[in-house]
Design a protein around this ligand. Structure first.
Ligand code: ACO
Length: 311
């Protein structure tokens, strides 16, 4: 009966056993997973754009190869996550439709412009740094396909983070102009990176239920604190200054206290009014429309092969 199925589901969650696609799950569990996993997938796909912008302008062959590999990894993460999402009974077409119609959310962070090469450093270091902090706990999330996807994704994110930090370190140790460029990138990307981790726990509508289901293993504020504590010493190491006058080591808590984010800016960006929301969406829609003939050709080819085989 439904009650027994629900008890079995609750028991699995309590025992840290994974929920698999064919297992019974509450409809709300399924829906909230589709929501989070699809937003995550869209973020990876839209996330290719700000960095893709610099592939042709990378300062050396070595930098170009690394950046190209990184952006390609993000495409892989997106496809991997769409597959995980499909196991919950939603089609990829529906998910693409939601993205292209503007109905779906994706991470606020990808709506900021990449104006100098140092932004490639700042994104790898900070954005991928925050992504790792967010995603490592998700390797222990309760839904099997999502948890397993996160294992591989986190390994690749770790390469991305080092790639970015190394760019920042090189610039910070370079000419005064290069160091200024690195500092400028840090100034612009710091607060948006903190915002990536979502609204405060008090404002977060989904955290409580998602923690109960072990979809989320840490709250937004816990992740944000961890990100600050990890990143401040890295900035110090390369001689850059975090743009937060309230940032201070707290002897009592053994953590950094830090300033308030501009939450008005955050919600503006989430609602579609950030500096690059329109550019990003136009780029995705154009890519989709321009790729139509490729999809049609692939389908026609597959049908032809099938006919040949059955003939
Ligand atoms: N950008 C855009 N939307 C956001 C952001 C953000 N940075 N943070 C929160 N939101 C949205 C939520 O999606 C939710 O909207 P919805 O109800 O329409 O779905 C709303 O704001 C309220 O937030 P929460 O209740 O805190 O939502 P949630 O519990 O899902 O927590 C979080 C948000 C932490 C981002 C979570 O969804 C998560 O861990 N997602 C997986 C990781 C991910 O998507 N990362 C993307 C960037 S990393 C990368 O791609 C490299």
């Amino acid at each position: 009966s439904e009650l027994e199925l629900e008890a079995e589901f609750e028991r699995k969650i309590a025992n840290d056993q994974k929920i698999e696609p064919k297992d019974w799950m509450p409809e709300k569990y399924r829906k909230t997973h589709i929501r989070q996993i699809s937003q995550h997938a869209h973020s990876e796909i839209v996330g290719m754009l700000p960095e893709g912008n610099w592939i042709t302008r990378a300062p050396s062959l070595r930098r170009k190869v690394a950046l190209l590999a990184k952006v390609q990894d993000e495409a892989g993460h997106g496809l991997y996550l769409y597959s995980a999402c499909e196991t919950l009974g939603v089609s990829r077409e529906e998910l693409y439709d939601q993205l292209h119609s503007g109905e779906a959310k994706y991470s606020s962070i990808f709506n900021y412009p990449t104006v100098t090469w140092a932004d490639m450093g700042a994104i790898g270091w900070l954005v991928d740094g925050a992504a790792i902090i967010n995603q490592v706990p998700l390797t222990a999330t309760s839904y099997g396909p999502y948890a397993r996807a996160m294992v591989r994704v986190c390994k690749e994110e770790s390469f991305h983070q080092r790639q970015g930090f190394e760019i920042m370190m090189t610039l910070a140790n370079g000419t005064p102009e290069q160091k200024a460029m690195a500092q400028d990138a840090l100034n612009r990307w710091w607060w948006p990176s903190l915002m990536m981790l979502g609204p405060t726990d008090a404002e977060s509508v989904h955290t409580e239920q998602s923690m109960k289901w072990k979809l989320k293993r840490k709250t937004n504020d816990e992740l944000r604190q961890q990100f600050v504590d990890q990143t401040v010493p890295q900035a110090e190491l390369i001689g850059l200054t975090i743009p937060d006058p309230d940032l201070k080591w707290n002897e009592e808590t053994k953590r950094y206290d830090f300033g308030e984010m501009d939450w008005d800016e955050f919600w503006q960006v989430v609602k579609g009014h950030g500096p690059c929301n329109k550019v990003r969406m136009d780029a995705r829609r154009n890519a989709w429309n321009k790729g139509e003939w490729v999809r049609d050709a692939a389908m026609a080819y597959a049908e032809k092969q099938e006919q040949l085989e059955t003939a």
